[in-house]
Design a protein around this ligand. Structure first.
Ligand code: 8YV
Length: 314
């Protein structure tokens, strides 16, 4: 029969590019007893289809002794145990490029929305404050201000390109200067980058090496007038330090699309009025999610047909 796939996370648009047309799909995410499912079907599983932030941990991989390929729906594959995959020669694919510009679009929109207070301004109109209290409180400028981009990969580059349209003074940090970024200042040290920035975008892939790269020191260098925008992974920021700084005013504001423990989040965020909260939807457009779903399926089909993978990670 068709190859058995373990589907780790739900995605409605996958129904439009159904995995079950080409594969025998076992749904992990809504299984009443996940451990029992793995024990029952694990030996038959040849492929895993998972989401970027759900991944596949060592235990799941070990429960599938005949696993050949893991197809990630998302560009971030930090939740996949790559060491376990290397040990077994398991292939890994992700869905880069198709989502880059949507993620950059939302990151810039989040900066503008938070800087200009658009969520509060909408409430100001709707709740009658405009009529009863008058003009909405003044907010901070974006154009011409200093932008820092932490991680100038595909997404960071598209963010910086967009910020150039706002005449912002752009600098970036990465493991090395990028020859494709001639007009933007390279600052290797994240603390130094934050110290000269008003808006700091976190756009680097998450890994053990980048965990908490946005440290308490980086956050306090960004300072009481600064804003951090995170469209990568929560693990790139020391979230306790972030909450402390937002509560104390040592950091001006934040615009966040990712959280530790999402979709649950630390309740301290809900008490803050200087943070924009978004539900990990930076790639969440119809067009992009269909393209991601298609890539998930096409990578699996290519593997089982013995063809080259479209977007291999490993
Ligand atoms: C995905 C993401 O939608 O691409 C990534 O790494 O975080 C998002 O674009 C998400 O991972 C899928 O649930």
């Amino acid at each position: 029969g068709s190859p058995a796939i373990l589907q780790v996370g739900p995605y409605p648009e996958w129904d439009e590019i159904p995995l079950n047309e080409a594969f025998t799909v076992h749904r992990y995410f809504d299984a009443p007893d996940k451990a029992a499912l793995l024990e029952e079907v694990g030996p038959a599983i040849r492929g895993i289809a998972t989401r970027g932030e759900l991944g596949a941990d060592r235990a799941m991989i070990a429960a599938c002794p005949n696993l050949e390929v893991i197809s990630v729906y998302g560009v971030g594959y930090d939740a996949v145990d790559l060491a376990a995959c290397r040990e077994r020669g398991i292939r890994v694919t992700n869905t880069p490029d198709v989502l880059t510009r949507d993620v950059a679009d939302l990151g810039v929109a989040m900066m503008l929305c938070q800087a200009r207070g658009m969520v509060g301004a909408e409430a100001w109109v709707r709740d009658g404050s405009w009529a009863s209290k008058g003009l909405y409180p003044l907010r901070r400028r974006v154009h011409g201000m200093r932008a820092g981009v932490l991680g100038l990969g595909r997404i960071g580059f598209e963010v910086a390109r967009r910020l150039a349209g706002f005449d912002m003074q752009i600098a970036y940090s990465d493991v090395a200067a990028k020859d494709y970024a001639p007009d933007w200042e390279f600052i290797a040290d994240p603390v130094a980058l934050a110290a000269r920035s008003d808006y700091l975008f976190v756009t680097l892939a998450a890994s053990a090496e980048t965990r908490h790269i946005v440290s308490r020191e980086v956050i306090e260098a960004l300072g009481p007038e600064g804003m951090v925008i995170n469209i990568s992974r929560a693990s790139n920021i020391d979230e306790e330090a972030l909450l402390d700084a937002l509560e104390s005013g040592k950091l001006g504001s934040a615009a966040l699309d990712v959280f530790e423990g999402e979709p649950a989040l630390n309740p301290r965020f809900l008490a803050l009025d200087n943070v924009l909260l978004q539900p990990h939807h930076a790639s969440g457009t119809v067009e992009t999610r269909k393209a991601m779903g298609q890539l998930v399926r096409d990578n699996l089909s290519a593997h089982f047909a013995g063809r080259d993978l479209l977007t291999p990670v490993l």
